[in-house]
Design a protein around this ligand. Structure first.
Ligand SMILES: Cc1ncc(COP(=O)(O)O)c(C=O)c1O
Length: 435
């Protein structure tokens, strides 16, 4: 039976090219997908940075099935259900110290909107209502809603959508290949780029700034690691000026960088952090914002029968998502997955950095089980070389991700060494063919 591909307008996809040469994934298990023709494809991208424990994991599947038959839906506006509270407590247990309150959403984008609103409302609740300005970073990705693209720094995601949110500014990105190309782990140079926040404080005044949001490792823009000392410096500047620090951990959360969260890997605790993706191993849409108790407590005033924070989603803490997330967290713990990337980091890094000698590779960056391999763009045809590598790898049976001329690898945290070898060998072949 042939499928009619016409109606589905695909997200973040080159629709016309895709429909000429479709890549249809029909089944998944462990490290692999199988396409609609039964061909096996090694997943080197954890689906979309989310399937951290690998595909089709029995405890998660069972938890979702059981939950669907027991409690399909329960509102969490003025009502509740036990697993929502159980999950919030379980998240706090593994979160960086001080992150004690959890607000549930359905995606990374919604987590970002929630965190930005929470930051502005927090200052207002404390009598600092002038703090409404939001600061992002160039090249940042914070999802696709209006707040997220406003603080985001990827031009292609912003330029076609009008004037965006008012009162937003950006600090400089940290990508500096002239000084840091082919760094293994965190780059040595660039901590001083955090001082760009001081420039914006001087320009706008701290009394107008609510929060700054950054990804501990910028993922979607092509895996940019924070220079040594950079996040510490950002934290210090925020503290000095009463600005909230938001870490967008939608990708770095749940073990990607070698510890449960980027905040722990880099030793910097934010005021709020956004999560999604790996929270349910990608099985059911879910996101969350974790925040320090002081943020939450600032809202807890006024008459007790009134709603303190006018925000939430119909599906916040959906029972199926909570069941999936609880089973996921248990699986992560049982199999030591939240620290496994740290154990494999040296081997993974060594394999990936061996691609340095291939033609057109101009930078390689890695931490935990994530790597970015940046290619020299084809003259006058930006993005085409990496796109060719992506389609070539897929034809060879390995799914990688590309963004611009950067290839991103983020395999499930259950990946074996032989599978890392296979991913890198496949990539090498594709790079040579794309020379
Ligand atoms: C750092 C970051 N924030 C937010 C998002 C948006 O998440 P979602 O696609 O679930 O809305 C992403 C997605 O890749 C992300 O990487």
């Amino acid at each position: 039976m042939s499928i009619d591909l016409d109606a589905f307008w695909m997200p973040f996809t080159a629709n016309r090219q895709f429909k000429k040469e479709p890549r249809l994934l029909a089944r998944a298990d462990g490290m692999y997908y199988w396409d609609d023709g039964g061909r096996q494809v090694l997943d080197a991208a954890s689906g979309l940075w989310c399937v951290n424990a690998g595909h089709n994991r029995a405890p998660i599947v069972k938890a979702i099935q059981t939950q669907a038959a027991e409690l399909d839906f329960a509102p969490t506006f003025q009502m509740g259900h036990p697993k929502a509270f159980e999950l919030a407590a379980a998240l706090v247990k593994i979160a960086p110290p001080g992150m004690e309150k959890v607000f549930f959403t359905n995606s990374g984008s919604e987590s970002v909107e929630t965190a930005l609103k929470m930051a502005i409302a927090y200052h207002r609740a404390r009598g600092e209502g002038t703090r409404t300005r939001l600061i992002g970073r160039e090249r940042g990705y914070h999802g696709v809603n209006f707040g997220g693209i406003s603080v985001g720094g990827i031009v292609g995601n912003r330029k076609t959508f009008g004037t965006l949110l008012a009162g937003v500014d950006h600090i400089r990105h940290t990508h500096d290949p002239a000084r840091n190309a082919f760094s293994v782990g965190q780059p040595a140079f660039g901590a001083e780029l955090a001082d760009d926040l001081e420039r914006l404080v001087a320009l706008h005044d701290a009394s107008t700034i609510a929060a700054v949001i950054v990804e501990p490792v910028a993922g979607s823009t092509g895996v940019l690691l924070p220079p040594v000392g950079y996040l510490q410096r950002l934290r210090e500047i925020c503290d000095r000026h009463g600005i909230l620090l938001i870490f967008d951990e939608v990708i770095t959360g749940f073990g990607r960088t070698g510890t449960p969260f980027g905040a722990l890997t880099f030793g910097v605790t934010p005021d709020l952090m956004t999560l999604a993706k790996g929270i349910t191993n990608g099985c059911v849409p879910m996101g969350a914002v974790l925040c320090q108790r002081k943020i939450h407590d600032a809202f807890m005033n006024g008459p007790e029968h009134l709603i303190e924070f006018a925000h939430g989603y119909t599906y916040s803490a959906h029972p199926l998502a909570c069941a999936a997330a609880l089973a996921t967290l248990q699986l992560y713990q049982d199999e030591g997955l939240l620290t496994r990337a740290g154990e494999l980091q040296a081997y993974f890094g060594e394999c990936v950095h061996a691609l340095k000698s291939e033609a057109n590779v101009i930078d390689i960056r890695n931490i935990g089980l994530v790597a970015g391999i940046e290619l020299q763009p084809r003259p006058g045809d930006p993005g085409k070389r990496a796109y060719d590598v992506f389609t070539d790898c897929y034809r060879q049976g390995v799914m990688v991700r590309v963004t611009g001329d950067i290839i991103a690898l983020s395999p499930p945290l259950i990946v074996q060494r032989a599978q890392i070898d296979h991913i890198v060998d496949t990539l090498r072949t594709a790079l040579r063919r794309a020379a």
